[in-house]
Ligand binder design. Structure first.
Ligand code: IMP
Length: 176
């Protein structure tokens, strides 16, 4: 058990399980993008740790870049997606891979896909470390999913609770 601010969390996915799964996804991506040299775009802040590890197991030449959006305050989604910062990279005719930490309602990903589509890329695929299928409200195609998890709040490995917990190397789940 750990405490992050006022909440108690229990250990849910340990670091070795995360690393194993991240390597599997990296291998699959390397296979699928052979000869394609993708632009890999991580969504800050949450995806920084996942993309850091994932990029190390991607063996094809790739550009790595980050953008920033935010739709979350505290524990529940505000339902509003704010502006996307940093989508300046030239994406025309490129193979774009969007990397998220977690897809919850799917709103952020839908919004992001809309914006990326406007840049006329050759292809767009999505990868998320975590997915809460029971929370999904917006139809979105997830090409690579690390773990499907129940609709319970989690922190660690890039994910935060009110700004804290991102640096925890494992994933913890809210108790109760
Ligand atoms: P969505 O737009 O509802 O899919 O929410 C996506 C974003 O909400 C993620 O990129 C996270 O930043 C945040 N989020 C969703 N669920 C959790 C969670 O359980 N813990 C921490 N952040 C979360």
């Amino acid at each position: 058990m750990i405490q992050v601010k006022d909440k108690i969390f229990k250990r849910y996915i340990d670091n070795s399980a995360i690393q194993k799964r991240v390597m599997e996804i990296g291998k699959q991506i390397s296979k699928d993008y052979a000869e394609k040299s993708p632009v890999i775009i991580g969504v800050l802040n949450g995806a920084f740790m996942f993309l850091s590890d994932l990029s190390k197991s991607i063996t094809v030449p790739a550009e790595v870049s980050f953008i920033k959006i935010s739709s979350y305050e505290g524990e529940t989604s505000t339902g509003k997606v704010k502006n996307i910062l940093g989508l300046g990279t030239e994406l025309e005719n490129r193979h774009v891979l969007i990397v998220e930490d977690i897809v919850d309602t799917g709103l952020s990903m839908v919004h992001l896909l809309d914006q990326v589509r406007k840049k006329n890329p050759a292809s767009i695929k999505t990868v998320t470390l975590l997915h809460k299928p029971d929370a999904l409200k917006h139809q979105v195609v997830l090409d690579y999913v690390g773990f499907e998890i129940p609709n319970k709040f989690v922190v660690g490995y890039g994910l935060d609770y009110d700004g804290f917990g991102r640096n925890i190397p494992e994933i913890y789940q809210l108790t109760t």
